[in-house]
Design a protein around this ligand. Structure first.
Ligand code: ZN
Length: 679
């Protein structure tokens, strides 16, 4: 017996945003406000016992199914005033009650249940936690994911709820929602939470938390209680987190509209996981200690209160909320940093997309949640780029107004890509069907090239004709073309509708060169060699060959350890004298060995960016034929050894200079844009 899991929102560990999970696979036969839970739950993390009691009210009922997980014993089950039975025939089966249609205004169930929760296993990583919708408990933390069916619930229905939590002294707990009552005494902790909008489900968290608070006033001057529920060992971080949340609420309220809740909490988890839910985010203790989380993932999670947990995506037609959240959080922070940083992120998206294996690419309408890296590349990154292109198309002001309209009209409602499209059409007064259809329902991306450029003198200037070609079936694209003259560079947007089209530009200055989308504003296939080589290409390619330059056993051993750490598989080692093949290669040695090898292979000398600096240098090099080289050069054994830990984290760089373990310089080589000189 399976039911749709309802783990909301997104996860972050390290620099990447992970998962979104919920899946409303069944149609929603009820209106959204028709189910209510009133739950009392008592948990003892020492003995891992849970006792619960729930009054479930269904207004205007139809045929329905009530469910409770297999690990619990039902001690009372009533339906209106009659007995209901325990909903299963054998122990270890889930409890399932099939309730036929009733001619009533409302029906009620009263269920009492108890059970022993699985022990908390802090050795699990994020992926394992996700893959295991199991309710766990221990003194360091209790996590009852909604998908574990820890409370009796009506299958496939959104519901409002009230949850009263009881815990022993020293423990604190919460669910998403408004804290309406709290009592902490020597007898223990009690708190009551209420969620008055239709919610997808209930996740409960508890632990030996220290609570810190900050009062925030929202855009309408209503109070919003900000809280951290942190394990004591990280409680010193709470002030910074509270202030960061406050900043994000201000930012997104001014961009989108009023924050819809009266609280937001950041809750620490003993496992290295990350979940976003309405009114809170649940992040691993280790994750919370990473310095960049406050400036990246936290903002993404806060924003999910608008997109994802505020306006609900319609998973049947594709999850748009991760793309929009990525665009307005992760990507927006890069734009704020600099144009270069933002372009680097777009390049990363296109590069990752280009590296997808056949079959991994799906249309956006098929993306429901992130299950592996490939779906993130489409569901998060491509979708974010679609919003980026839409903003380019409509302009900032209309784009912003449409988002505000979406928030004003769709909050707490299931909203499809089509509803999103309609709002953008309504606000802009433009038909956007072809834009949305080509980006949502097609997989792949257009490949574009400049096939011909001709220039002629014309009255008081020049007439420049540019022929563009794209793969078929043709996309409808506004292709940015940069025309360079002595006066500088000007971008023209050419309206490409067909597989091949010629455009004529009237210019006053003599054109010198023409380049195609040099700023990467279109979601498209990169041309061969367009993206500069980065370390990751060499690291992840399963054909990569390793060249160990040093003959000294001690150095060789360190070099081999480093290579193994980078490639995470059995190494294919070739001798320094062997000819390089068409596969990528990783070359490791001491400075003099590297210099001699480069000369012997007639390869360019070390680049200026890395010469005469630091204790070790790493750089990539594109070779004709497409395969990249990555070269690691260190001044001595200790400098080489110092790279083992940090270097694997820098896969997105083209070059790095290290001083010991510290990367003191890094960067990406310039792109080789498609550029045609004008004769
Ligand atoms: Zn997310």
């Amino acid at each position: 017996m399976t039911i749709a899991p309802f783990i909301r929102s997104c996860i972050f560990v390290f620099s990447a945003c992970f998962v979104a999970a919920p899946a409303i696979s069944a149609p929603v036969p009820f209106k959204m406000n028709e189910v209510e839970y009133d739950i009392m739950v008592k948990i003892d993390p020492m003995s891992r016992t849970l006792e619960g009691k729930s009054l479930i009210t269904v207004h205007r009922p139809r045929e329905l199914q009530l469910l409770l997980g297999a690990g619990y014993e039902v001690t009372q089950a009533e339906f209106n005033d009659g007995a209901l039975g325990i909903g299963r025939e054998q122990a270890n089966q889930p409890h399932v009650w099939n309730i036929p249609f009733h001619f009533r205004q409302q029906i009620q169930f009263l269920i009492q249940w108890k059970g022993v929760l699985a022990p908390l296993d802090t050795a699990l990583d994020h992926r394992q936690t996700l893959a295991r919708p199991v309710a766990v408990s221990g003194v360091d933390g209790t996590f009852l994911p909604d998908s574990s069916d820890w409370y009796p619930r009506i299958a496939g229905q959104f519901a409002r709820y009230k949850v009263n939590i009881e815990l022993p002294p020293g423990q604190k707990g919460l669910v998403a929602g408004r804290l309406i009552e709290e009592n902490d005494s020597e007898q223990g902790y009690r708190a009551t939470f209420e969620f008055s909008h239709p919610a997808e489900g209930i996740d409960l968290m508890a632990g030996p938390y220290a609570i810190d608070t900050l009062m925030h006033h929202n855009i309408k001057q209503k109070p919003v209680q900000l809280r951290t529920y942190f394990h004591p060992q990280i409680s010193k971080l709470s002030k910074d987190y509270l202030n960061a949340v406050k900043g994000y609420l201000d930012r997104y309220e001014s961009e989108i509209g009023e924050y819809p809740y009266s609280e937001f909490s950041v809750v620490s988890s003993p496992t290295p996981t990350g979940f976003g839910m309405p009114t809170l985010t649940y992040l691993g203790i280790d994750v919370l200690q990473l310095p960049f989380i406050r400036s990246t993932s936290l903002g993404h999670e806060v924003l999910h209160n608008w997109w994802g947990n505020g306006v609900y995506p319609d998973y049947r037609s594709g999850n748009w909320s991760e793309g929009l959240t990525t665009f307005m959080a992760d990507y927006a922070y890069k734009e704020q940093e600099s144009d270069v940083a933002a372009r680097e992120m777009r390049l990363g998206w296109l590069r990752d997309f280009a590296a997808l294996q056949p079959g991994q690419d799906v249309p956006l309408t098929a993306f429901t949640s992130r299950t592996h890296g490939a779906s993130k590349i489409v569901g998060y990154n491509k979708a974010a780029m679609v919003f980026f292109m839409l903003r380019d198309h409509l302009g900032e002001a209309l784009f912003q107004r449409a988002l505000q309209g979406l928030w004003a009209t769709r909050r707490f409602q299931i909203t499809s890509w089509q509803d999103v499209q309609k709002m953008f059409e309504l606000v802009s007064g433009q038909l956007l069907e072809s834009f949305f259809a080509q980006w949502l329902t097609r997989s792949g991306a257009p490949a574009l090239e400049i096939t011909e450029v001709k220039n002629a003198a014309a009255d008081s200037g020049y007439s420049l004709s540019i022929t563009l070609k794209q793969t078929e079936p043709a996309y409808q694209l506004q292709v940015p073309i940069a025309v360079e003259t002595q006066q500088g560079s000007t971008v023209h947007r050419l309206d490409l509708q067909q597989a091949q089209q010629t455009f004529t530009l009237k210019l006053t200055d003599k054109p010198l060169a023409v380049s195609l989308d040099p700023d990467l504003r279109l979601f498209r296939q990169l041309a061969p060699g367009e993206a500069p080589p980065i370390l990751r290409e060499v690291i992840v390619n399963s054909a990569t060959q390793t060249v160990l330059l040093s003959a000294q056993p001690e150095i060789r051993k360190i070099a081999e350890t480093l290579a193994a750490k980078l490639q995470d598989r059995k190494l294919e080692i070739i001798a320094p004298d062997d000819p390089l093949t068409s596969t990528p290669a990783l070359v490791i040695g001491l400075q003099t060995e590297v210099n001699a090898w480069l000369t012997a292979k007639k390869l360019p000398a070390r680049p200026d960016e890395t010469s005469k600096k630091g204790s070790a240098q790493v750089w990539t090099m594109a070779r004709s034929g497409g395969a990249s080289l990555a070269i690691v050069s260190a001044q001595d054994a200790a400098s080489l050894e110092a790279l083992i830990r940090p270097l694997p984290h820098y896969g997105r760089q083209s070059y790095l200079v290290f001083d010991g373990r510290q990367a003191i310089e890094k960067g990406i080589w310039p792109m080789l844009v498609q550029k045609v000189m004008v004769e």
